[in-house]
Design a protein around this ligand. Structure first.
Ligand SMILES: Cc1cc2nc3c(=O)[nH]c(=O)nc-3n(C[C@H](O)[C@H](O)[C@H](O)COP(=O)(O)OP(=O)(O)OC[C@H]3O[C@@H](n4cnc5c(N)ncnc54)[C@H](O)[C@@H]3O)c2cc1C
Length: 411
């Protein structure tokens, strides 16, 4: 047994703390805020087993031109955001070529395939069944040509990775989803995905479980982390805390934080927004309105609309234009109802240009580990990469973890 500090209490950090605790270690989980209040709070809440292939950067000139001209609501950017991330975006572009994307997808699909199975024991032990729905995720299309293409893509996912789905014509889908105001061309329903009605609440429930099982949670700033002779030290509320090992799970903040240790890991930071609505009729399950690049998820707080990605600096002021544009257009599909009053939530998908999370020990930095870079699927993959990291910590790394390790990814 050794003492381990896990820094960052989002879905990834909380899951990592639990996995290391399950191996018998004394674990301290530290964050500058309470667990589950950042990216793991504001996402669309889907546990996405259908996301077997990570999002490549579009490479065809037409799509890039549409994005550059601001005609696509999936992605927005600011010149400062592009400049700031230019190195990472170039790497992302290169990794998105068909051959490399196929290799990456073979790795990634092994993670998503086990995501629900890895969440289940934590859902049960934390008493969170009431937050989970097992109704899948739907992708909705207004144009037949888009629906046909999506149905073909779903067939590919089934053939390549065994992802279950059904393609349903628009009329039949409207019967299943009476909340819809118009008949879409069709829906692809990925039946194996789950969803949480309160993603931050689920993260917090996992953190409560960790604490009930003897784990320690405290407020601390990662900026105070120091290497000591044989381990690591951080300033806790009651003085310094020393441990043998530290695991950084700081989500989108991890890349800039690693610079303190002389490590350069460029990240693609894809900002997103959400808003809640008091919809008179809620959909039965989360769905992507493909034309508008937003996911609508029935949640405890209301119907949550989560936006596409904006490439802007982390500290840029909120500019929820994507959300507002979608709000106007989504209204033809479903009655949103009044928007609930709340401060504008902003979060950042922590993406690595490789499209893979980085999981494992940092070479030449004894006792320093990372688990971050889960991009669009960190809520899905937290428990899975946590298990991979804990196995490696025990000296039994899997082939999957080796493929995600800093030793491989930092080359
Ligand atoms: C709009 C949107 C929709 C999304 N939808 C989905 C979805 O449906 N399904 C899915 O799987 N994923 C989704 N994602 C992605 C997912 O939310 C993220 O990948 C995931 O939450 C990342 O988890 P994390 O624990 O790595 O980061 P976080 O949840 O951000 O946790 C990092 C923690 O580090 C802490 N921290 C930062 N700096 C310091 C410091 N100096 N000292 C101490 N602590 C610090 C923060 O307080 C935070 O608690 C979505 C993301 C967005 C933005």
């Amino acid at each position: 047994m050794s003492e381990i500090l896990v820094l960052g209490a989002g879905m990834v950090g909380v899951s990592t703390a639990l996995a290391l605790q399950a191996r018998g270690h004394a674990v301290t989980l530290a964050d500058r805020r309470a667990p589950g209040l950042e990216t793991s709070y504001g996402n669309a809440g889907v546990i996405q087993v259908e996301a077997a292939e990570p999002y490549p950067m579009p490479r065809d000139p037409m799509t890039l031109a549409r994005m550059a001209l601001g005609r696509s609501n999936d992605i927005a950017y600011s010149p400062a955001g592009l400049l700031h991330q230019s190195g990472a975006l170039w790497r992302y572009f290169r990794a998105s070529g068909p051959r490399r994307h196929k290799v990456v997808s073979q790795i990634y699909s092994q993670l998503t395939a086990r995501a629900t199975a890895d969440h289940q024991p934590l859902i049960t032990a934390s008493g969170s069944e009431n937050l989970i729905a097992r109704d899948g995720l739907a992708l909705l299309f207004r144009k037949a040509i888009d629906f046909d293409a999506a149905a073909r893509a779903a067939e590919h996912l089934r053939a390549a990775y065994g992802v279950a789905s059904r393609a349903v014509d628009g009329k039949a889908w409207q019967r299943e989803e009476p909340a819809l105001r118009l008949t879409p061309a069709g829906a692809v329903h990925y039946t194996g995905s789950w969803s949480a009605s309160d993603p931050g609440g689920l993260t917090a429930a996992y953190a409560d479980l960790f604490e009930r099982q003897g784990g320690r949670i405290l407020l601390a700033d990662a900026k105070t982390l120091l290497r000591t002779g044989s381990g690591w030290q951080i300033d806790g509320p009651d003085g310094p805390i020393t441990t043998k090992a530290a695991v950084l799970c700081l989500g989108p903040w991890t890349g800039s934080y690693l610079r303190r240790f002389g490590l350069r890991v460029p990240m693609v930071l894809k900002r997103g927004y959400h808003a809640h609505y008091d919809a008179p009729l809620r959909p039965r399950r989360p769905f992507l309105d493909a034309d508008n690049g937003v996911v609508l998820s029935p949640m405890t707080r209301g119907l949550r609309m989560a936006s596409g990605a904006a490439l802007v600096p982390m500290d840029a002021a909120a500019d929820p234009r994507q959300l507002r544009r979608a709000e106007a257009a989504v209204g033809t599909l479903i009655e949103l109802g009044p928007r609930l009053e709340e401060p504008q939530w902003v979060g950042t998908r922590p993406c690595l240009p490789s499209m893979l999370p980085m999981v494992g020990a940092i070479p030449a930095q004894s006792g320093l580990w990372v688990n971050f870079g889960h991009g669009h699927q960190g809520f899905t993959l937290g428990p899975t990469t946590a298990t991979l990291l804990a196995d490696a910590f025990e000296g039994a790394p899997s082939e999957l973890q080796k493929a995600l390790s800093p030793a491989v990814q930092m080359i």
